[in-house]
Design a protein around this ligand. Sequence first.
Ligand SMILES: [Zn+2]
Length: 271
Amino acid sequence: MFTYLDPTVRKRLEEHGKLFQIDRHGVRVPIGRRPDGTGISVLGPIPLPLRLGEHEIEVDWYACVRRTELGKIEEIADELRAQHGQTLFATLASSMAVNSVLVIGDPASWTEPLVRVHSSCMTGDVFGSQRCECGPQLEMALRRIQQDEQGGLVIYMSGHEGRGIGLWAKAATYLLQDAGENTYEANRSLGLPDDSRDFSDAGALLKFFVGNRPFRLLTNNPKKVNDLEAMGLEGITRVKHVTGVGDSNRRYLAAKQDWGHELTPEDIGED
Ligand SMILES: [Zn+2]
């Protein structure tokens, strides 16, 4: 992965502990070891002062990428066999995707940190689109973690655009939605899975950063908790995370509710 880094730069980063590798179980492994294709290379911590509106937040950023492209291809084959193609689109769309971990507070002091695993959303997170509530959810997660006694972390999954179908297909689903389909129907019209997100990298990163400690997960989606538990993570307490509801996304949230998200009629403004 880092073949384009000058070897002396790479060596210096390794010596300073700023470039390291973890395996699928979140265990730090020697970087010189022959990559097995399932490890994650991590660069960080990188101090990243954030400004969100009026608020400033000090975070430590870690950039995280899968160890090899070869491993990626092998993994696609394995995942397709094991999951009947469910993650095909997420895996292809996230090829060489760099995930981010944003750490707030001192991990050494955590007993039950607050965690958000956030799926990337160009339109919501970056452009401020109100067709979904991703932007406000990300911002509120950072604020809640900052205000929490213990702090915690955000894992930003860069390959999760459109629940794993990628930005191009997401744009098409928006046009289908405007023709009357809901967010899940639109995916099916394009022959795409309802949800093809792969949380295995998030699982490994949580094992590394949180370890065996219990943690609180900011999500309304019980399936996300199940997916992480299936990777061997234990002691997850779900914490409701509702924000950014408005006229432009009420229908989208109602579809999420039908899909199993734990949202009450009051949450989405239906009295
Ligand atoms: Zn979104």
